[in-house]
Design a protein around this ligand. Structure first.
Ligand code: KIV
Length: 272
């Protein structure tokens, strides 16, 4: 089977479901700004996730909890201005959808109206079912997120692999089916055993996009800054680094500093 079964001019939520049905894997990366989104979209990515990982990579927070709805809208609007083809999914940040479905709907509407994003993502299963249902009533597509859900880090206490025990694995399987039945168009499965992830992907018709969830799922997502090697302190087993930009950019800065100090830059041709 070829890697790409159909050329899409624009990716929609329906395209992703179609890709799963045709056995075509879905590619997804994060972006939080115009320039990065332009590079990624033009290179042919299917989905850009404006992840709340912006809280870590862009703002330097230890967790995803501090990022606000206003911050997410700012990042998402910057991404939307850059893209032509891909689907843009925007994370609903911590505190904007849990325990109050009316607030969840209001938050999702703000994202759609003020950023121009195409859909929202939120973390959790049964606990957030009411919020998901209410957001869907407004015609806003929802992506789920199960397994390691970083907004619950203080409940888990660690970023280690989830659902290794039977009880948690059972709940995850039920939650995946629930998200499908509520009407989510896809879900992210983060850091779970690959056997379980494959089982989940095969048990539902909506695409399952994995991060640290093995090769039996319908697509893959990585945080772009990790995949480019811009971050270097974070090296989980699932991460494939395609570049080592931390080192390359650092070398470039060193050369620039040296050129300025030695009066090599600017030369005659680099001035008016
Ligand atoms: O915020 C994010 O980047 C995410 C991915 C890790 C899936 O949710």
């Amino acid at each position: 089977m070829s890697a790409i079964n159909k050329e899409y001019k624009k990716i929609t939520t329906k395209s992703l479901v179609e890709m799963k049905a045709n056995g075509e894997k879905i590619s997804m990366l994060t972006a939080y700004d115009y320039t990065m989104a332009k590079i990624i979209d033009h290179a042919g990515i299917d989905v850009i996730l404006v992840g709340d990982s912006a809280s870590n990579v862009m703002a330097g927070h230890e967790t995803t909890l501090p990022i606000t709805l206003d911050h997410m809208i700012y990042h998402a609007a910057s991404v939307v201005r850059a893209i032509n083809r891909c689907l843009v999914v925007v994370d609903l940040p911590f505190g904007t959808y849990q325990g109050n479905s009316r607030k969840a709907l209001a938050s999702a509407i703000r994202i759609m109206k003020e950023s121009g994003g195409h859909s929202v993502k939120l973390e959790g299963g049964e606990e957030v079912a009411e919020s998901i249902s209410r957001i869907l009533t407004a015609g806003i597509p929802v992506m789920g997120h199960l397994g390691l859900t970083p907004q619950s880090i203080y409940k888990f206490g660690t970023y280690t692999v989830r659902a290794k025990e039977e009880e948690e694995a059972e709940k995850l399987k039920q939650d995946a089916k629930l998200l499908e039945s509520l009407g989510c168009f896809a879900l992210v499965l983060e850091k779970v055993p690959s056997k379980l992830a494959k089982e989940v992907a095969e048990s539902i018709s909506i695409p399952v996009i994995g991060i640290g969830a093995g090769d039996g799922v319908d697509g893959q997502v990585l945080v772009t800054h990790d995949m480019f090697g811009m971050t270097h302190e974070f090296s989980p087993r699932f991460l494939r680094r395609y570049l080592n930009l931390y080192q390359d950019m650092g070398e470039a800065v060193k050369r620039y500093v040296s050129d300025v100090k030695t009066k090599d830059f600017p030369n005659d041709k680099e001035q008016y």
